[in-house]
Design a protein around this ligand. Structure first.
Ligand SMILES: [Zn+2]
Length: 548
């Protein structure tokens, strides 16, 4: 009698299948990634939403087609949760923000291809780390998904009981609306809708602008000064005053502004303790131009007010930004967005705007307000100065030594070189706008110039990071400089220079430079006024003193 060789083990008791292990490992992987992006309770809720499809791995599937279908389905399903966890973890890491925060929604709705590319070239390290995490999770999950049960399995009792209970709770989760909204497909689907809605709401704000102008007219603003007037407002982006030698920085980043300060002395007020109330552009501009009042107060817009008072208003910008254009720029009589002109796109330098400034200064209008919106040192820093013009990256100076001493990584120190080089070019552009303003028109004509940044920037100052920084004081430390050709220089500008200043009150000072009087003026928020009364802004970071 021959013994037929058998393809099966002689013991026909079903094996304890690798499927149980596959289920455990895939659930663990998904949980780990979810926990990176969600807090404790949420992480548990989301994992339970992921469970039913993963549990399919334990269900025996005979046919090869069904097996392949299951493998693909379980992998895609698990990857949706993994992506969700990693995307949230990245945003928490980089911005301490959730995907549906105003910051992230605004940035996503406002971003164009060029900006995305600049962003990636600046933040590729952390993007690479998170992508690698996701890649290895994808490999592991693919291995697990292929190991689903093919035949009956021998299950330990406790495993059956545990899985049963968890699936029951999961079913409750799917029955609950707020819970099932956490499912990545539901959540990110809704997120996409929100981004689209935000973009659509910016697409045409003509109606809102007409209302702002009508509202300004109703306040009956008048110019309390005879004769022609020219006021230039320069708004920069991402400038931290700690990196300006004008403010005592160790590298000579602002020689031109310092020379002007020496020359102009009392006419040029350098506010030593200037702060923004916001760490990103959109809220900062809304505050700067809207008198720092919440939207619920239906505040005046300073451009509308200036126009209603009889000023001709210019907005010239090196930003290519739909929201800013719709919310602010188009309130002006003349709008010039130089970054959109073909051929200059990409890395248009702020100096491109100087011709526009000069042109506006030569305009025959009697009263002019010229707003110049610069890129400043907005990331990517290396695009903000002419290539090859970085004087700070070829030798070790005290700034570099200090960064090394504080343990800043090589790439953050490299960003600091580039940031400082961007500031040095910025010094040229800003000083040039002041020079042009000073030289325009007859000497006796009243002229004023105000310069500030929308927010600050962290470049290894208090943490080993570079970029916008809602969570460190560096994100709010800005420069503010005011020049006026006054008939008599004030006796003690030093006192004024030490006053703390907040950018969200900038419009009160600008209105004073414009000599506008209207129902609703609050002189105690004008830093140039004798009745200035400081109140500290509420920032999401601890600031020991605003007097530094
Ligand atoms: Zn900005």
């Amino acid at each position: 009698m021959t013994v037929l060789p058998s393809r099966f083990p002689s013991d026909h008791r079903p094996q304890r299948s690798p499927a149980l292990l596959a289920l455990g490992v895939s659930a663990g992987t998904v949980l780990a990634l979810i926990a990176l992006g969600h807090d404790g309770r949420r992480a548990a809720q989301v994992t339970l939403l992921a469970l039913p499809a993963l549990a399919w791995l334990a269900w025996p599937v005979q046919g090869i087609a069904a097996h392949r279908l299951r493998t693909a389905f379980v992998w895609l399903w698990a990857m949706a949760f993994a992506l969700d966890g990693v995307a949230r973890a990245y945003l928490l890491d980089a911005y301490q923000a959730a995907p549906d925060s105003a910051l992230v929604l605004g940035a996503a709705a406002n971003t164009n291809g060029r900006e995305s590319a600049e962003y990636l070239s600046m933040h590729w390290r952390s993007v690479a780390v998170w992508s690698a995490t996701l890649f290895f999770a994808a490999l592991l999950l693919a291995r697990c998904a292929r190991r689903g049960a093919r035949a009956d399995m021998h299950w330990p009792r406790w495993a059956i009981a545990l899985l049963g209970v968890l699936l029951l709770v999961s079913a409750l989760g799917y029955a609950s609306k707020p819970w099932r909204r956490l499912h990545p497909l539901a959540y990110w689907g809704q997120w996409g809708v929100s981004v689209q809605a935000l973009r659509a709401s910016w697409a045409d704000q003509q109606q809102l602008r007409s209302e702002a102008l009508a509202k300004a007219k109703r306040a009956v603003p008048v110019v309390a000064r005879e004769g022609p007037a020219t006021i230039v407002l320069v708004i920069a982006d991402s400038i931290n005053r700690d990196n300006m030698s004008l403010y005592g920085y160790g590298r000579a980043t602002t020689p031109r502004l310092q020379a002007l300060k020496q020359q102009l002395d009392g006419d040029m007020v350098v506010l030593r303790n200037a702060w923004s109330a916001d760490a990103s552009t959109l809220p900062a501009l809304r505050n700067i131009l809207g008198f720092g009042q919440p939207a619920s107060d239906d505040p005046q817009h300073v451009l509308a007010l200036a126009r209603a008072a009889g000023y001709k208003v210019w907005w010239m910008s090196n930003h290519d930004d739909l929201a800013i254009e719709q919310q602010h720029a188009r309130l002006a009589d003349v709008v010039e967005m130089v970054n959109r002109v073909p051929g200059r796109a990409g890395a248009s330098l702020d100096g491109e705007l100087l011709d526009c400034v000069q042109e506006a200064l030569q305009d025959p209008a009697e009263r002019k307000l010229i707003v110049v919106h610069l890129m400043g040192a907005h990331p990517h820093y290396s695009l903000r100065f002419p290539s090859g013009e970085n004087p700070f990256d070829d030798h070790v100076d005290a700034v570099e030594a200090g960064l090394v001493k504080r343990g800043r990584s090589a790439w953050v120190r490299q960003f600091r070189h580039e940031y400082d080089a961007a500031l040095m070019y910025h010094d040229f552009v800003v000083a040039e706008t002041l020079q042009l303003t000073r030289m325009a028109g007859p000497a006796e004509e009243y002229r004023a110039w105000m310069y500030l940044s929308d927010h600050g920037q962290e470049v290894g100052h208090v943490s080993d990071r570079a970029g916008h920084s809602p969570s460190t004081a560096s994100g709010y430390r800005i420069p503010t400089v005011i020049w006026r050709n006054l008939p008599v220089s004030p006796a003690a500008p030093a006192d004024m220079e030490r006053r703390p200043f907040r950018a969200d009150w900038a419009a009160w000072t600008l209105a004073d430079l414009l000599h506008i009087r209207w129902a609703g003026g609050v002189p105690s928020r004008n830093v140039l006024s004798d009745s200035y009364r400081w109140t500290a802004p509420v920032l999401p970071v601890d600031v020991a003193t605003f007097l530094e």
